[in-house]
Design a binder for this molecule. Structure first.
Ligand code: ACO
Length: 423
């Protein structure tokens, strides 16, 4: 049996056979048979917008691999910075490469004093930290004019290091500002996560940023969030990158896409939902209201691609136990566990293949560590930056075309302009 599909244009009887390669068919071949007939696919439900060698995701089987390495092995044995290297270079670093990479990232953590004083402090006193991050990352492009040179791989690499290194600094700066607290400069004697926790929480004693268990837990969460192939924000990165905008501007666009509650904002919604439910006694009634369509969606459940347990959610559950052993149990955990138990045994969720996703438990961990809910999407953006940049580089190396989909026009027929007195 041929590994191909045949399309017949019933208007003419013409046909074309298109091979299936790596699970896809080349849509430009179809155009030869069907010029000016567009493939209508809102939300890209069935469209592969690129070929990529970075992340493999099999949503039916619940598989997630970065550059071929299973996510559970990376979460257990690797570090976020090593994973970032892997995503960007395609291979794990050797010892020398690891040291250089860690050194380079560490020594680019500082932001220009004008960036903090003039720009970040110019926000309204209660600005949302994610809004500040989106704008702050875009503003960085005005500090690094060389970033416009996207052709030279060495220049590109410099911006990549700057972006990965400065995201935690801008993130912590946003938070400190929204709390009315003075900015804490990066401490280059510390690791990536320890430094971030210190910039966030100095001098609050009740948030033990020095605790290695918490730094490791945050590092694990950063590994799990580092990439997820062609999600909404990565698509935004690729679309903006395809216009050859500089990487700071493209990363800002990706961060903006992550801001929405359907994407990076979902873990914030999970905490709001659990708080609203308030007690395990109310779980059954809440699930009933979700099924009846009156209670909104079960936040942190369901995924466009995973039709099985999200493998990241499994790892996060274990990380939650580690964190709660230090911070004490998040009181919302029992409600979350009960909610999961009820949903996973209910036909509504089973038949729609709705399982907990990465966001169902991550918010509980962040909250126990002392992060306020409006920092949750910011915590997602920090590690996802390495994934976005890996896709941006891959896109440029593939010399892809500018992203420019077609549309099915459904508006008015041609008509003549009517002067305002005659309307
Ligand atoms: N709670 C209740 N019902 C749900 C949920 C949910 N969380 N998710 C999907 N459904 C139902 C829909 O109502 C629909 O039912 P129907 O066929 O009877 O109409 C069916 O399942 C399919 O849902 P779609 O919206 O078509 O699925 P889609 O793939 O477009 O949406 C999404 C995926 C946006 C993630 C959705 O599951 C959702 O809204 N989940 C809650 C928000 C969330 O957790 N987002 C985080 C995603 S992970 C991330 O971005 C990191």
């Amino acid at each position: 049996m041929a590994d191909s599909v045949t399309i017949i244009d019933n208007r003419t009887g013409d046909s074309i056979e298109v091979p299936i390669v790596n699970g896809g068919v080349d849509a430009t071949e179809w155009r030869k048979l069907l010029p000016n007939v567009w493939f209508y696919d809102p939300g890209f439900m069935t469209t592969a917008a690129c070929s990529s060698a970075i992340t493999e995701l099999d949503g039916e089987a619940g598989i997630l691999r970065y550059r071929g390495y299973p996510i559970d092995q990376l979460a257990e044995k690797s570090t976020y910075l090593e994973v970032a290297y892997l995503l960007l270079h395609g291979e794990l670093p050797n010892k020398q490469q690891q040291e250089t990479w860690t050194h380079d990232i560490t020594y680019h953590t500082f932001i220009h004093e004008n960036m903090r004083k003039r720009f970040m402090e110019g926000f309204h006193y209660d600005a949302h930290p994610m809004g500040m991050l989106v704008s702050g990352v875009a503003a960085l492009s005005t500090f690094y004019a060389d970033a416009k040179d996207i052709v030279d791989p060495a220049v590109r690499r410099r911006q990549i290091i700057r972006l990965i290194a400065k995201m935690p600094t801008i993130a912590a700066c946003s938070y400190r500002f929204s709390e009315g607290m003075p900015f804490v400069w990066p401490d280059n004697t510390l690791g990536f996560c320890e430094n971030f926790l210190k910039m966030m929480f100095t001098p609050w004693e009740h948030v033990p940023w020095q605790d290695p268990v918490l730094a490791k837990a945050l590092d694990t969460l950063f590994i799990l969030h580092a990439d997820h192939e062609q999600n909404c924000s990565t698509t935004a990165m690729r679309v903006v990158g395809s216009s050859h905008a500089d990487p700071f501007t493209a990363t800002s666009a990706a961060t903006a896409a992550l801001y929405g509650p359907r994407h990076g904002g979902a873990n914030e919604q999970v905490i709001n939902m659990l708080t609203e439910i308030g007690s395990i006694d109310n779980v059954d009634a809440f699930v009933k209201s979700v099924k009846e369509g009156t209670g909104g969606r079960l936040q942190g459940f369901g995924h466009r691609v995973y039709k099985n347990y999200d493998p990241r959610a499994r790892i996060i559950k274990k990380t939650a136990d580690d964190v709660f052993s230090v911070t004490g149990k998040n009181p919302l955990l029992d409600i979350a566990l009960k909610l999961e138990e009820v949903a996973l045994s209910d036909d509504y969720f089973i038949s729609r293949k709705l399982y907990p996703n990465v966001d169902f438990y991550s918010g509980l961990i962040y909250q126990a560590m002392g992060f306020p809910v409006d920092m949750f999407p910011v915590l997602f953006a920090i590690p996802r930056t390495s994934g976005w940049l890996a896709h941006w580089e891959e896109l440029l190396e593939q010399d892809s075309k500018i992203a420019r989909p077609r549309q099915i026009y459904i508006g008015a027929e041609s008509r003549d302009y009517v002067p305002i007195e005659q309307r």
